[in-house]
Design a binder for this molecule. Structure first.
Ligand SMILES: [Zn+2]
Length: 249
């Protein structure tokens, strides 16, 4: 090491102190910047709290529960999901906040359920009960032992006035735009439709058609038809959200 003169030692010390001061200043500046970033992200989180959904779309069945099967083996659970997503896409395009009970091929679960099926149904009930102001639209496909029956039919819970009005709106729109020969009437569901029976939301269950009917099963499996159906249903839901539903017939 080289010997330093007194003058050199002094200037070395000065430079050292200046360096420390500069470092301290830098730390203070960075600290301030991070603090601002923190408060900004905190504010961001506040404004990012999601608004409650306006519509819950419930594709029936899923996972180990296929629902009804068409003669060619197409499972109701898959068609329900596709129609549900078509409906949801049209609603979201119109600015509606949509919540799905499922977006994948799964069963829902619920604590302390005696069976998987019970857990699945209670999971859907739980989502509806957590969002009591949202419209609840369940999507299903029907089946019967006889092949000749066809046509969409909308169900609502007994004593659910909003559901009855929405059901009638949807049934009318489908008759008008998709199935001119559909003579089915909306129907009050008793306790047989578990989910509708246990929620207070304005709620309907749409049986989109009969998978036991080959022609209708083929139609319901067609993407263009699924989109048409989703679109027509979305018009009725939008009408209900706007408060413009009035009972016809
Ligand atoms: Zn079903």
């Amino acid at each position: 090491m080289m010997e330093m003169s007194g003058k050199e030692t002094f200037s070395f010390l000065m430079r050292f102190l200046l360096l420390i001061a500069a470092l301290a200043a830098l730390i203070l500046v960075l600290h301030g910047a991070f603090a601002r970033l923190d408060s900004r992200s905190a504010a961001g989180q506040v404004s990012a709290i999601p608004l409650p959904p306006q519509v819950i779309i419930d594709p029936g069945h899923g996972g180990a529960d296929p629902g009804a099967l068409s003669p060619s083996g197409t499972a109701e659970k898959d068609l329900n999901l596709r129609v549900a997503k078509a409906l949801g896409a049209f609603l979201e395009e119109a600015g509606v906040r949509v919540l799905y009970t499922r977006t994948d091929d799964v069963m829902l679960t619920y604590p302390d359920s005696s069976t998987k099926k019970q857990g699945d149904l209670m999971g859907r009930v739980g989502i509806a009960q957590a969002n009591p102001d949202a419209l609840f639209v369940s999507i299903h496909m029907n089946t019967l032992p006889q092949e000749q029956y066809s046509g969409l039919q909308v169900f609502y819970a007994r004593d659910n006035t909003g559901g009855r009005v929405l059901a009638q709106t949807l049934q009318n729109l489908v008759r008008e735009h998709l199935q001119p020969d559909n003579r089915r009437e909306v129907k009050a569901a008793g306790s047989s439709i578990f989910v509708l029976d246990r929620i207070e939301n304005t709620a309907v269950l749409v049986e989109c058609g009969f998978l036991s009917n080959r022609d209708e099963a083929a139609l319901l499996s067609d993407e263009t038809y699924q989109n048409k159906l989703g679109y027509v249903l979305s018009r009725g839901v939008l009408e209900a959200l706007a408060g413009g539903t009035e009972q016809k017939n």
